[in-house]
Design a protein around this ligand. Sequence first.
Ligand code: ATP
Ligand code: LTN
Length: 357
Amino acid sequence: MSQVQPAERKPVILSGIQPSGELCLGNYLGALRRWVELQDDYDCIFMVVDLHAITVRQVPAELRKRCLSFAAQYIACGIDPKRSTIAIQSHVPQHAELTWVLSSLTSMGELGRMTQFKEKSRKAVSTDAAVPDVPAVEGGGASQQANAALFMYPVLMAADILLYQTVGVPVGDDQKQHLELARDLAQRFNHHYSETFVVPEPFIPQVGARIMSLQDPTKKMSKSDDNANNSIALLDPPDAIRRKIRRAVTDSETEIAYHPARPGLANLLTMYAVLEGKPVEQVVQAYSGRSYSDFKSDLAELAISVLEPIQQRYRELMQDRSHLDQVLADGARECRRRAQRTLSKVYRKLGLVEPAR
Ligand code: ATP
Ligand code: LTN
């Protein structure tokens, strides 16, 4: 008899966010908002990828709190635990196990070419991605001090995705290269050992896939930015949102228009358009002839109107710890069961001896 549960017949979507820093509007517009929309048509798994977060040194007590807070923010944003599976990555040991297997099919060259690795390892010493208590290698650059997990990061991400026969991965633009590796690894394994993994597709939004920093619009908005003025946290109070948007860097022009050469304004227009669910052109038209300061204050009120109900639900969820624990325990159990099916198949195909029952 088939073991397949009805919910699993829908195509699988999986995505995750690392619990580092504070979830920001970039994460919401580029990823979380899409996750909410996909829940009806797909069998969705959303993870708090804590094993990815330790590629940068974390304060243990804060990491612990943040994992729960992120799961609560997923739900507050509209992820429904009755329709979607929410889990913490480290609760599902198969992720680390498949990573090891996939690393044997990944070349050092492929990992060394990853943009995120190049950027994060270059800044390893200043961003806590260096290994503590290990002296610098003489003649080696800063990247030599980066921890090896930072290098392996994309392989763990591929394992997250491939364990569940995922067809679509809703992420922002910055994850394209990592997803390409997940696809290559799926194809490589299938080719060498026989058809095992679904080859996943990136689901990247057409607008909002790359929200930029408020103070430096040439760089992406990021939740673990040292300067809090660069990003809007989902949990920022209204006054902070107003202040950050008022101070956002624009340009010395006066007319509101969308132009890549004016990246600060283009970014704010994009944020407005995605928050309001309208095309950018319509927003530009609505503000034609009006001042930057009018536009900025309307954008701030719009962001507040979207974030306030999320913050309210978040506060309620954080007061019911046992409900949150239950959601995560159910999610982990479901993920372990499904992940083990794939992992057992992989071990068998590799030629590893099955344990006697
Ligand atoms: P960190 O700064 O801690 O490395 P981050 O803000 O880049 O984190 P991630 O955990 O790397 O966030 O990404 C979570 C999800 O949010 C991914 O799908 C990523 O593509 C998306 N995302 C992150 N930043 C942006 C952004 N500025 N615009 C659109 N999507 C984004
Ligand atoms: N690397 C991703 C986070 C991530 C992820 C995943 C995204 C880890 N595992 C699986 C989608 C699917 C990032 O956004 N930094």
